[in-house]
Design a protein around this ligand. Structure first.
Ligand code: BV8
Ligand code: ZN
Length: 256
């Protein structure tokens, strides 16, 4: 695979790289992307409805069933070469900040460390909808939920409120510290990778533009076109699990 010499020079000289990922980075691990997750049984539900407090209050069993289906996929999935290449890249640069929109833990399991910035929370940190007390899932991997995947959410042992997924839903604010840290890194980095995101969800989708405005080189990795195409300096068209390992290989041997 051939990469532009100027792209390799930017990477070789970078002091601080931000990697910003979306659901596409986990696609080759078999986890449906956010839009794919509205296929099949979920086609007749709008994500911004399923992934919202209003949606949960209206039909808790439907929403909890959707997240249990996704959690079961995450528990059965393994990090793919894209996650591993991002973990490797951290060893090639002075400073790497990993910012993800994903609610899975595949970056952690690939070895990217535990100071990953999760802008949209984690599917592994459920809490009580009423009193916000954390809830611990029973051990083990749930079976494929039967039928229409409606599952009554468990109840809080403290206040009997319904347990909700530990993710940031539409119309909920991002974790204060997370978004501030992400913006700070975006404003300081020399290169920002945007990997596997449709760049549709705000404010996360603003991050590459913040970096570009401060003079960073923006590299997008995505098989499809996105709204970021006009902002990115380089559009690497293809799958993250193929492009990123190839880029790391070339970068290791690159002599400017
Ligand atoms: C907020 C967690 C303030 C839950 C998620 C009108 C205009 C602009 C903005 C808004 C608007 N109306 C409302 C808003 C704000 C709203 C928003 O952005 N809406 C959008 C839909 C227009 N945002 C919010 O509400 C945010 N909060 O603004 O707070 C506030 C506070 C109080 C009151 C009001 C406002 C909160 C947003 C967070 C929502 N939660 N996730 C869950 O996961 O279930 S977002 C969800 O979509 C995902 O988590 C992900 O973060 C996000 C985007 O998805 P992607 O990761 O990009 O995945 P997607 O499937 O879309 O794309 C995958 C890409 O991968 C594709 O491009 C594909 O080509 C590519 N791909 C596929 N295979 C591969 C690949 N790439 C590489 N390799 C491959 N192999
Ligand atoms: Zn409670």
């Amino acid at each position: 695979m051939i990469f532009d010499g100027s792209l390799l020079t930017h990477l070789h000289n970078a002091r601080h790289i931000v990697v910003f990922t979306g659901a596409g980075v986990s696609a080759e691990s078999g986890i449906p992307t956010f839009r794919d997750a509205q296929t099949g049984l979920w086609t007749h539900h709008d994500a911004t409805d399923l992934a919202s407090p209003q949606g949960f209050q209206r039909d808790p069993a439907l929403v909890w069933g959707w997240y249990e289906w996704r959690r079961m996929k995450v528990l059965r999935a393994e990090p793919n070469p894209a996650h591993l290449a991002i973990a490797d890249l951290a060893g090639q640069v002075e400073r790497l900040t990993l910012v993800t929109q994903n609610v899975d833990d595949l970056h952690e399991r690939a070895g990217s460390g535990d100071d990953i910035i999760h802008l949209h929370g984690s599917i592994h940190q459920p809490r009580c909808f009423a009193c916000a007390r954390p809830y611990a899932y029973p051990a083990g991997i749930p079976d494929e939920p039967e039928g229409g995947r409606r599952i009554e959410p468990p109840r809080c042992s403290h206040c009997n409120g319904r347990i909700r997924p530990g993710v940031v839903w539409f119309n909920e604010s991002l974790p204060e510290g997370a978004w501030a840290k992400a913006k700070q890194a975006g404003g300081d980095c020399d290169v920002l990778f945007s990997v596997g995101t449709s760049s549709l969800v705000w404010p996360a989708a603003l991050l590459p533009g913040i970096a570009a405005q401060r003079g960073a080189t923006v590299i997008q990795v995505n098989p499809d076109e996105t709204d970021l195409d006009d902002v990115a300096h380089y559009n690497l068209r293809g799958k993250a699990g193929e492009l990123l390992p190839a880029l790391l290989d070339v970068l290791r041997k690159f002599v400017p």
